[in-house]
Design a protein around this ligand. Sequence first.
Ligand code: NAD
Ligand code: USQ
Length: 405
Amino acid sequence: MNILVLGGDGFCGWPTALHLSAHGHEVTILDNLSRRAIDIELEASSLTPIRPMGTRLAAWRETTGKPIAFHNLDLARDYDRVLDLLKALRPDGIVHFAEQRAAPYSMKSSRHKRYTVDNNINATNNLLAAMVEARDATGCDPHLVHLGTMGVYGYGAHGAPIPEGYLPIRAQRADGEWAELEILHPASPGSVYHMTKVLDQHLFLYYGRNDRLRISDLHQGIVWGTQTAETKRDDRLINRFDYDGDYGTVLNRFLMQAAVGHPLTVHGTGGQTRAFIHIQDTVRCIDLALANPPAEGERVMIRNQMTETHRVRDLARMIARLTGARVDFVDNPRVEAAENELEVENRRFLDLGLDPVTLEDGLLTEVFEIARRYADRCDLSRIPCRSLWRTTPPAETLKMVAAGE
Ligand code: NAD
Ligand code: USQ
């Protein structure tokens, strides 16, 4: 297949581009390198020394003989150039990773909220509009695979397993009869970033129905790990390892904190239960999704891309046992439930043959070893999460302070 990977310089996009290239696909990457610019803004950087795009691509070609093309374009801004690229490339598949993906970054200030909404929603809408326009002009009709998030469902108390996108309901008609329906699962995003993925869902439903685009939306859990079979092939292909308070995700952060001798930073009681997937399974799932598109006219295919669930404090304890690290319970900078249960349906990928990598597979140790290898690159001042969900306390607290309680 001829595949366009949007956001192919990022943590999930880079190993996906290499995996698809290694498996015989023709791959083109589009990325505006905004993630690298955000590192400069935050004065943070990947724990692993990621190389410039030119070096990465040359190393891949040298190692495998396979070329990957690269276009430095802004999906949210450069509509005409994105359209020209689609018309020239006529891809069979498009993988869309090109969004601002950190919840804490999206909550830093009104500027960051506005950037995240502006970037993510324009990127997705531009892409969908360009797909329609390119099809009208050239007849190319690619299958779009988008990376969504488990966070669209929210992390409150559900009490029922989370289905893959659509919830069966019964609604009473005017004549008193009951209709059996399936609706998009009610959304409950926990940050401005997560909210953009909810808005994306509606763009997909609309363009899917109106323009009969074939779209898969993959609701992915928290990705952990760093290397895949392809990124391990040469040091110059190494993947990102984010550890800072904005972009570092919880399991990778705990492994890095253990490696540098920092206490594990559990937010609140650590009662949040979340869905996880290893980066190697991320790239496999995308390959499986590309090979199994919905039929033309079929509704958006939603799959839950996660393999296991864990409570944050249990992960911290597991890593503490493995490494001897200390666990610290710190004030939670986020607005989230203190505790939640989470049961998720994920049969769709398992039925396609996904054989999940799990936390017990020795990979925790492998990631810990990578973090140890690059520990001297860690800037300890970047570890605390400083982005707050609320800058003013809730009215109740203000009243209590005023009353001297
Ligand atoms: P990342 O920030 O490492 O990569 C995103 C890439 O997209 C970056 O290289 C960035 O430069 C590029 N990009 C952003 N906006 C762009 C634009 N307007 N035009 C062109 N390129 C643009 O993020 P990631 O961790 O690789 O995540 C990729 C996708 O997967 C995101 O959409 C994210 O929401 C989703 N996801 C990630 C995780 C995770 O744990 N990392 C979990 C669930 C879902
Ligand atoms: N947490 C800690 N300590 C830390 C960091 C985080 O206790 O040092 C807690 C958070 O409070 C939260 C949980 O760990 O309860 C997960 O936080 P996270 O930063 O690992 O994940 P999140 O913000 O949800 O975002 C990440 C990705 C995002 C993706 C999402 C999938 O950055 O792109 O969409 O995971 S999901 O969580 O399933 O929605």
